[in-house]
Design a protein around this ligand. Structure first.
Ligand code: GLN
Length: 533
């Protein structure tokens, strides 16, 4: 029997609901349950793929090509499961499906309404994830704050799921903020009481409260919440402010959250010791050495735009005994004159993904600097492409070499839309999304790093290395170490005349886990440590 846990937020957004849900997922997985996660976002965009990185942060890509909210990245890193496109539901996606069905005449003359048609569609997304994943527990986070107009259909749908299932199969977890009054230092439970009332008026009685508060909440605060919100004191835990997000599961476990959840779900399971997770946190606590990695991009003003990349860098650093200090470098600020000043002193340079012309020149200067100064360089997506443009222009004498994304009239279109295919089979205007297989060439750095010859990795891009230039590049000494052979696409490129100069077309950051560091991030950080020493 599938169990459903719904995580709602009260008082304000941005209090780490995603981390709380993901931490609960980790705790339950450690108790031996299979866990799958899902997020409902009340906005009208069909997916976050079109939202500016400045507004929404990174777009996380699932294995089946879903463009989703960055919270899914937290979920994957915490529960170590690959999620799917159905793990991300937006109002836009729900309405889109219902309207298309209406246009096909499938409602047979009915007036299409929020209840039951929109709510049925939402419920169906929850139940289908349960069926497809076969997981014991589905944890679904509802974005936004209870009381928002936009989230009402989602709240109503989860109320109905509660009504349709046995009591012991559906749990409601409410994450809320206890503010502190600056002048008196008093902690106030009133907003939480209001949020509880709001949920109750929508037919939902929360079973568990996860509290965020800048101070440690005392027993009398818990007793007050217990009294006003009708839950036992054991049902109230605090998600403390921690230095390192991976500490959250440990702190929630220390307060007995998993025991209480299992008790409510009527499950009797042996205890776990979270040993693997503890060792990740221990490494973090013990790390004293630092490593300075320059992240050159154009959305650096908002660090969330590169969340998975920065997390993968930090996790790889800890695994190798170094605290990675990311230097956020705006590629638009780099020019010929200041490049060496801005980039001096870094132990490694990474250029992650990006779209559009803006900031490209600075990226090409950064990869050139890394290449000429033998600083370890790791290019991801756009970062691979700019490195190849640098090599072509400055090493191979191909003046004006470019990507047709930035210059359609370039004499050397070394990065282009998929070529060598007929018009029909071109990936055209759409993105190459999701997992693709990649075969590695023995004897290369990539092959060494992965330790196998066949991998799969996640993609999100339109442009590819142009095979018309592959031979020329190889003659010049470039090593193509990874290919997706069914479509003859170049996936990983290395420049062996350098200690570590590697680019990949895909996004390894989406596959890195705190307890299973991605091989390319590990190799890059190792090279950066060697460079520093
Ligand atoms: N803009 C480039 C492309 O579409 C790179 C995208 C990316 O970095 N994933 O191919």
């Amino acid at each position: 029997m599938t169990k459903y846990i719904f995580v709602t937020g009260g008082v304000v957004s941005g209090i780490g609901k995603g981390i709380s849900g993901a931490s609960l997922g980790r705790l339950l997985k450690d108790r031996g349950l299979s866990v799958f996660m899902q997020k409902m976002d009340p906005y009208i965009n069909v997916d976050p793929g079109t939202i500016s990185p400045y507004q929404h942060g990174e777009v996380f890509v699932t294995k089946d090509g879903g463009e989703t909210d960055l919270d899914l990245g937290h979920y994957e890193r915490f529960i170590d499961e690959e999620l799917t496109i159905n793990s991300s539901i937006t109002s836009g996606k729900v309405y889109n499906a219902v309207i298309q069905r209406e246009r096909r005449g499938e409602y047979e003359g009915a007036t299409v309404q929020v209840i039951p048609h929109i709510t049925d569609e939402i419920k169906q997304k929850v139940y289908s994830v349960a069926r497809q994943s076969g997981a014991d527990v589905i944890i679904t986070e509802i974005g936004g704050t209870v009381g928002d107009i936009e989230s009402l259909p989602f709240i109503e749908a989860i109320r109905q799921i509660h009504a349709e299932n046995s009591r012991e199969d559906v749990l409601f977890v409410h994450t809320t903020l206890i503010p502190k009054i600056p002048s008196s230092g008093e902690l106030k439970t009133k907003p939480t009481q209001h949020s509880y009332k709001e949920l109750m008026s929508l037919g939902i009685k929360p079973n568990i409260f996860i509290i965020r508060c800048e101070d440690v909440i005392t027993d009398d605060i818990k007793e007050k919440i217990s009294l006003f919100c009708d839950v036992p004191v054991e049902a109230i835990v605090q998600s403390y402010n921690v230095d390192f997000i991976y500490e959250v599961p440990l702190s929630l476990k220390a307060q007995g959250l998993d025991d209480y959840v299992l008790h409510k779900l009527n499950l009797d399971l042996p205890d776990s010791d979270l040993s693997e997770w503890k060792s990740v946190v221990k490494r973090y606590k013990e790390t004293t050495q630092t490593l300075s990695i320059g992240l050159v991009g154009k959305y650096v003003a908002l660090h969330d735009a590169y969340l998975s990349v920065s997390q993968a860098l930090e996790d790889a650093g800890y695994a190798l005994g170094h605290r990675v200090e990311i230097q956020w470098i705006d590629s638009e600020e780099i020019n010929e004159k200041n490049a060496s000043n801005i980039l001096a002193g870094l132990d490694g340079i990474i250029i992650p993904s990006g779209f559009g012309r803006r900031g490209i020149d600075g990226m090409i200067l950064a990869s050139r600097f890394a290449r000429e100064h033998r600083v370890p360089y790791f290019g991801i997506g756009l970062g691979m492409q700019t490195a190849m443009i640098d090599l072509a222009r400055h090493e191979f004498g191909m003046e004006g070499a470019d990507s047709t994304e930035f210059n359609p009239d370039t004499p050397y279109p070394i990065i282009d839309r998929m070529v060598g295919q007929d018009e029909d089979t071109r990936l055209g205007g759409t993105l190459r999304l999701g997992n693709y297989t990649c075969e590695l060439k023995p004897g290369t750095m990539a092959y060494e790093a992965y330790g196998k010859d066949k991998i799969d990795e996640r993609h999100r891009h339109r442009f590819e290395f142009n095979n018309a230039f592959k031979e020329r590049f190889e003659e010049e000494g470039v090593v193509v170490s990874g290919m997706h052979s069914p479509l003859d696409l170049v996936e990983i490129i290395e420049w062996p005349a350098h200690p570590f100069f590697v680019g990949c077309q895909f996004h390894p950051e989406f596959r890195s886990r705190p307890n299973k560091i991605h091989p390319l991030f590990e190799a890059f950080i190792r090279a950066s440590i060697n460079y520093k020493e």
